[in-house]
Design a protein around this ligand. Structure first.
Ligand SMILES: [Fe+2]
Ligand SMILES: [Zn+2]
Length: 366
């Protein structure tokens, strides 16, 4: 793989992707917490009948859920979402297998990251971050600070790449291939791992380009040790998803790149970190320029305003640090209870390996 015009190949001693022995997991709360109820625009937890009575129903009553039918409706929505999550890993494997054998890409070239996909200014920023004397202050001179705290705008791709990438995603959408939903809040979009972008595109983008930036911007959030990700493209269009409610991401650091196409309004807004009660949050609106990325802490609450016309496509990369999340799951605020997962799971690891430490070969012990 060509990694860019600025000589940014993997440095000596660096490894590509998860290290042998790393086994990525999810937290058990995936099956009980953060269930989004579209009708009430809230995330809820559901861990059995007793907790529903004590915790969940009072919250819903306060949000205007009154009749038996409305409660039944909520129950059905929750059960459906839990069922979807339970089957998610298996379905994902099935879809990935079908796509990899049957899907004919329109632009096969866009699946392998090339330096010329990236904006020259982005390559300069990364080259600076990888230089010996790089520091936070110096980086702030080459990226745009925004009104929201620790949110920055950086040029990422060339316009031509954005165009070809969207063209490829539209081709996939038009195909009869099986499609998963990007997450619980977006109904329209593409899961990039299932389409085959993970190893050849997103992983090198994260490791070789984004991590050097994140390690200067967010060392306190695991920015220097981002070892997995979840990447997807979301699409907002009139008559489908128009906006995105206020939320935080299941990530330590998020990159959100505006890919186009033509659209009006639909800015992002940021509030406070999730630890701050929402009633105290004051939101700041941020303009998002096409081909630019907004980089922010995953736990920084944000949302997207409705577009008024056109189509808005965004590439979202949730970057995760097992070192950070193994201590505290950001979705349930507890030490994660690890459960097996497909692929990179939710970025927790069973055996966090320190540099230089040997992994244990489980087979050798059996
Ligand atoms: Fe988000
Ligand atoms: Zn959890």
């Amino acid at each position: 793989m060509e990694t860019g015009g600025a000589g940014l190949g993997p440095g000596p001693g660096r490894t590509r992707g998860p290290r042998p022995g790393d086994r990525f997991c999810s937290c058990r709360c995936f099956y009980t917490d953060n269930i989004f109820l579209e009708d009430y625009k809230i995330h809820v937890r559901d861990s059995g009948p007793e907790q529903r009575e004590r915790e969940l129903w009072p919250i819903l009553r306060s949000k205007g859920c009154k009749t038996e039918e409305q409660f039944k409706n909520v129950e059905a929505k929750i059960d459906e979402e839990v069922q979807r999550r339970t089957l998610l890993g298996q379905r994902c494997l099935e879809r990935t297998a079908i796509i990899s054998t049957c899907y004919k890409p329109l632009n096969p070239g866009v699946y392998v990251l090339q330096g010329y996909f990236l904006a020259p200014e982005f390559l300069e920023i990364v080259a600076y971050c990888r230089s010996r004397d790089a520091d936070f202050e110096g980086l702030l001179n080459c990226i745009q600070s925004l009104a929201a705290e620790r949110v920055y705008s950086i040029p990422v791709f060339t316009g031509e790449f954005c165009r070809q990438f969207i063209e490829e995603l539209e081709n996939f959408e038009r195909s009869d291939m099986p499609k998963g939903r990007p997450n619980t809040m977006n109904n329209y979009g593409v899961l990039l791992n299932e389409l085959g972008f993970d190893e050849t595109f997103i992983t090198p983008l994260r490791e070789d380009y984004l991590q050097p930036i994140a390690s200067l911007l967010y060392p306190d959030c695991g920015g220097g040790r981002l070892d997995s990700h979840k990447a997807f493209v979301v699409k907002y269009i009139i008559n489908q998803d128009l906006d995105l409610s206020f939320h935080y991401d299941n990530a330590e650091v998020t990159l959100n790149v505006s890919l186009g196409k033509d659209f009006n309004e639909g800015n992002l807004y940021f509030g406070d970190m999730r630890q701050v009660p929402i009633s105290e949050a004051e939101c700041v609106e941020i303009e998002h320029r096409v081909s630019h990325g907004l980089i922010h802490r995953g736990q920084h609450c944000h949302g997207a305003l409705p577009i008024s016309s056109g189509e808005r496509w965004n590439l979202i990369i949730w970057m995760r640090s097992s070192q950070v999340r193994n201590k505290l799951c950001p979705m349930c605020d507890k030490k994660p209870q690890l459960v097996e997962a497909v692929g990179l799971g939710d970025g927790f690891t069973l055996e966090p390996l320190e540099d230089g430490q040997q992994s244990v070969d489980v087979c050798a012990l059996n």
